[in-house]
Design a protein around this ligand. Structure first.
Ligand code: LLP
Length: 462
């Protein structure tokens, strides 16, 4: 992974006011900036990508995803654990990513009939799919059972009844896990905290709901209870939070073994491993998260004389966020004397809702040329094209003078951007392209006006 600080320091020495005004972009994977100041990803210049595919364009560095997957796998293998890495496909769900991850021989987590359908269409093997969700509909459960997904993660009592009836009708058994709310509060944005007690997800441990669910599932022959699951939140930076979750889950499992002679074959510890959006983010490496989890599983199993379970994780963001870069074209600008300059680009909250929704911060930079001797970087506000004052991609960004047609890159946009994209103001969704070894392949074509209209039905007039 290329981290540009060394280059930044050198450049800052030579020219204190570089084209980034001193704040360097973070470059991940194969991304680099060539001598002409042009961003290159996967061996292709941003300018070429823009010419071929237009903007806004989300570019995925495939090699990064391969390497990141390997980093997660490696620790399990070194530590000789049985494991599963389930890519949480809510981070980015499209046929292309399922195909890639299937080739990399990992599994996936889907949370809707739509994600399941897409994965199956991509040829993703059902025996490597787990189905999550706090309100799976009867239809979705039917689809999951019909597709023979490996695991359904049970989330609440209504679902236990719904699924049990369905399985009995079909005379089939289903492998399931119980999603528990372990009461661990990881430090992250409130909207993406999920492990705390007051949450819509999972069976609460403290109130005894989890144990009641266990009894119900164990006595129902339609279910094969393979293990337990928890997910403590997202964009977590502390490995210790995962250690705590492991202990909490193992305590419960120990208790359940004593009371019910139930031994979990699988401990599913969820996702949530943090990534870098700006220089202020300093998450541990994937290896450190996995190491912490496995060490604590080992220690807890030893303490409780518990058979070591297979360990599952569900990384979403950490597999794809840093692999993604969004390219935009600069359009209009507005100078407010004494206040600030607004620089608007041709995308915004429709392709990246995260700044508006979570005050998420990103780094952006001029990606199609050098600053042309303009070293007077200016602090601007980077805004989108949507009719909403909150459509701000980056609140404060240092940019050299830019003009209409310049390309701005925002890095670390591979997770929860395209998957949360929308058509507000009837703006089409962007295109998505995979790049690797100098070759680019479109995986989501740019939406057309007609695509957006395809569900509209004109009023009938007599
Ligand atoms: N497993 C479960 C059960 C989850 O609920 C999630 C995320 C994951 C795994 C994957 O978490 P990750 O590794 O990606 O952090 N839209 C928000 C993130 C919501 C995450 C919801 N659940 C955002 O843009 O930050």
């Amino acid at each position: 992974m290329l981290f540009c600080w060394k280059q930044a320091k050198m450049e800052q020495k030579q020219n204190r006011k570089n084209k980034w005004g001193g704040a360097m972009p973070l470059l991940f994977g194969t991304s680099k900036i060539d001598s002409a100041g042009i961003l290159e990803i996967g061996g292709i210049k941003a300018t070429e990508l823009v010419e071929e595919f237009q903007t806004p364009l989300i570019v995925y560095d495939v090699q990064y995803i391969r390497e990141q997957t390997q980093r997660f796998k490696q620790v399990f293998e070194q530590e000789d654990f049985k494991y599963r890495i389930n890519y949480a496909s809510k981070a980015f769900s499209a046929i292309g990513i399922y195909q890639l991850l299937s080739e990399l021989e990992i599994s996936c987590d889907v949370v809707s009939g739509g994600e399941l359908y897409t994965a199956l269409q991509a040829g993703f093997p059902a025996e490597r799919i787990e189905f999550h969700g706090n309100n799976k509909t009867a239809q979705e459960l039917r689809e999951a059972v019909a597709a023979k997904v490996d695991t359904i993660v049970l989330d609440n009592f209504d679902e236990i009844t719904l699924l049990s009836n369905l399985l009995k009708k079909r005379k089939v058994r289903q492998k399931v896990q119980l999603r528990l709310a372990p009461g661990i509060e990881a430090h992250t944005h409130e909207a993406i905290m999920t492990g705390q007690i007051d949450s819509k997800f999972g069976f609460d441990i403290a109130s005894g709901q989890a144990e009641a669910a266990l009894r119900q599932v164990l006595t129902d022959e339609s279910f094969e209870l393979a293990g337990v699951h928890c997910h403590i939140g997202s964009q977590i930076f502390e490995t210790a939070s995962f250690g705590k979750a492991v202990w909490k889950m193992m305590e419960i499992l120990h208790d359940w073994q004593e009371k019910y002679q139930f031994a979990a074959a699988i401990l599913n510890i969820g996702g949530g491993f943090g990534v870098r959006y700006t220089g202020a983010d300093n998450p541990p490496a994937p290896e450190s998260f996995v190491k912490e989890i496995l060490l604590e599983v080992k220690a807890a199993c030893q303490k409780y004389a518990y058979p070591v379970p297979e360990v599952w994780i569900e990384p979403g963001r950490s597999l794809v966020a840093e692999a993604g870069t969004t390219l935009y074209t600069v359009g209009a600008q507005k100078e407010l004397p004494g206040i600030r300059r607004y620089v608007s680009v041709d995308g915004g909250m429709g392709d990246n809702i995260r700044p508006a929704l979570y005050q998420a911060e990103y780094l952006g930079f001029l990606a199609n040329r050098d600053s042309g001797g303009d070293t007077l970087a200016e602090k601007v506000r980077l805004t989108g094209k949507y009719c909403e004052s909150g459509d701000i991609l980056i609140d404060e960004l240092f940019l050299p003078k830019v003009a209409a047609g310049d390309v701005i890159a925002i890095t670390s946009t591979g997770a929860y951007t395209y998957s949360m994209a929308m058509n507000y103001n009837r703006n089409p969704k962007p295109a998505v392209v995979f790049v690797e070894n100098g070759a680019a392949q479109i995986v989501c074509r740019r939406e057309t006006y007609a695509d957006m209209m395809r569900l509209d039905i004109p009023l009938m007039r007599k």
